[in-house]
Design a protein around this ligand. Structure first.
Ligand SMILES: Cc1cc2nc3c(=O)[nH]c(=O)nc-3n(C[C@H](O)[C@H](O)[C@H](O)COP(=O)(O)OP(=O)(O)OC[C@H]3O[C@@H](n4cnc5c(N)ncnc54)[C@H](O)[C@@H]3O)c2cc1C
Length: 472
């Protein structure tokens, strides 16, 4: 039997690390257990021949706001990381032209009005509501002067109620890749939260790669006297039908705590780690109907620099109709344009991200699938940018199975649950908790996904735990 902790956190994704950082700062003795040899989950980096690739989270929102999520955390914990702000935050390529999307609200408004002067008043009204409601949504206040709790619409429905110009609606939706669904399917609430975190509170890269952020958080947690144990997989959560008592590790050691927080995938948590027969049956029936978000195929290229490489960077669409099946964007990301430290001198990183085109369960041979998709994308890139191919020095790729293997996320999903209007408020009520003193943080909770969203989920749970500890 191991020692007893105030809180055990399963998983060191950003959700788990933020929670541990804040709780350890508040004086709780916390143990974070991570199965992988690196902390961070999707917020990580890997190195090949001097290139530093960050395969998951890279562009981070909400850092510029000291009152919420990551911004709040960095202020309170004084996390020792340098950030690079992107403004413009995105380059969006359509067949006839490229748009540069500003990464601050004032320039964003100016840009939209310049491009669509006939919609000037509608744009102003829309952005007023966007900014105002985003602040309320961040705090979980769904009933607010802007929406009064009526949040069931898609982003397309919302845009149709404001604007006439279809191209304007496309430009407002063209960053849907960050939320995982095109405008006709995605909840406007999720789109506001994500785009608000970037356009209102700034879009930032971690200098030196995403792993630096996870490592810095681990350093702070340890300085606060708490522990982060790597290569330490949780096998079971010890519980009865009312409350949790601790965890059992792969080596069969039991570690005790009256408070358990899962930052892991929820299917894994309920069905592998817990005894689901002891959990609330009605809740689990609702849970089983939930759909995970999209998953990705990723290509990582280390290339020799060549003139004009910067023109490739950005989201590439085949048409302005974003809801058209098959018009999922190809995202080509060149982080070395902003951070030279990620590659040896005279070299660049080109990362390509695309929606995985198959059903996860259809794939029998993942290695073959990886080889074929790598080849297919290289052929596509070669047709559009022939000068790129001879400059490639390193090729790595990742499928949804790679993501699942490293993080246990269901089907390698990138953003937790699919952000449709019918799914976004699942688990929103704290009473949905399946057991006493058991909590969830991360992108399978309604507080959001992405580094800003999962940090927000951590902030919320930390407040709940601190409040409870003072009142009981
Ligand atoms: C390709 C891709 C690109 C993305 N791009 C961005 C982006 O640009 N910006 C952005 O903000 N977000 C981005 N995201 C989303 C973002 O990365 C995630 O939403 C977020 O990082 C998830 O954090 P999390 O705290 O929920 O945990 P996760 O990152 O899912 O981590 C969970 C951790 O729990 C551990 N774990 C699971 N089970 C156990 C167990 N039994 N015992 C011990 N440990 C366990 C796992 O090993 C893992 O480390 C991207 C995601 C992907 C896949």
């Amino acid at each position: 039997m191991g020692k007893k902790y105030d809180v055990i956190i399963i998983g060191s994704g950003i959700g788990g690390l933020v929670t541990a950082g804040m709780l350890s700062k508040a004086g709780f003795n916390v143990l974070v257990l991570e199965k992988h040899s690196y902390p961070g989950g999707y917020c990580t980096s890997f190195k090949r021949k001097g290139f530093i690739f960050s395969p998951g989270a890279h562009l981070m929102g909400a850092i510029g706001n000291k009152n919420v999520s990551l911004g709040r955390l960095f202020t309170r914990l004084k996390v020792d990381v340098d950030f690079i702000r992107l403004n413009p935050m995105d380059h969006i390529h359509f067949p006839d032209r490229t748009y540069f999307i500003p990464g601050d609200l004032e320039s964003y408004q100016d840009f939209l009005i310049r491009e669509f002067p006939a919609e000037k008043e509608n744009i102003k009204q829309y952005l007023k509501i966007f900014r105002g409601s985003y602040r309320y949504f961040l705090r979980g206040q769904l009933s607010n002067p802007y929406f009064n709790g009526e949040l069931k619409g898609t982003f397309q429905e919302l845009l149709d109620s404001f604007f006439n110009d279809n191209k304007l609606k496309t430009i407002l939706s063209c960053q849907w890749g960050y939320v995982g669904l095109p405008p006709a399917k995605v909840s406007f609430f999720s789109m506001f939260l994500t785009m608000g975190s970037y356009i209102i509170d700034g879009a930032w890269l971690v200098k030196g790669g995403a792993q630096k952020l996870s490592d810095a958080l681990v350093a702070r947690i340890r300085e606060n006297g708490s522990e982060v144990k790597l290569r330490c997989q949780v096998k079971k959560i010890v519980h009865d039908d009312k409350k949790v008592n601790g965890v059992i590790l792969e080596n069969n050691t039991t570690v005790l705590s009256d408070i358990i927080i899962s930052n892991a995938d929820l299917n894994h948590t309920y069905y592998d780690l817990m005894d689901s027969t002891k959990l609330n049956h009605t809740y689990l029936e609702r849970f089983k109907k939930m759909r995970p978000s999209l998953n990705f195929f990723l290509l990582f290229l280390g290339v020799k620099d060549f003139p004009g490489i910067e023109k490739i960077h950005g989201w590439h669409y085949k048409s302005y109709n974003l809801n058209l099946p098959g018009n999922s964007p190809l995202y080509i990301y060149i982080p070395t344009l902003f951070d030279k430290s990620l590659a040896p001198g005279g070299k660049q990183i080109v990362q390509v991200m695309t929606e995985f085109p198959y059903q996860f369960s259809e794939i029998k041979d993942w290695e073959k699938c990886k080889r074929e998709l790598t080849e297919k994308i290289l052929v596509k890139l070669g047709k559009k940018y022939p000068e790129l191919i001879p400059h490639i020095e390193i090729i790595e790729s990742a499928t949804p199975m790679t993501n699942k293997k490293y993080t246990f996320n269901t089907k390698g999903a990138g953003y937790g649950w699919e952000k449709t209007p019918d799914q976004i408020f699942f688990d929103f009520d704290p009473e949905d908790n399946v057991l006493e003193n058991f909590y969830k943080v991360g992108h399978w909770t309604p507080w959001g996904y992405g580094t800003a969203g999962v940090a927000n989920s951590g902030n919320y749970i930390v407040s709940t735990i601190i409040y409870k500890s003072k009142t009981t």
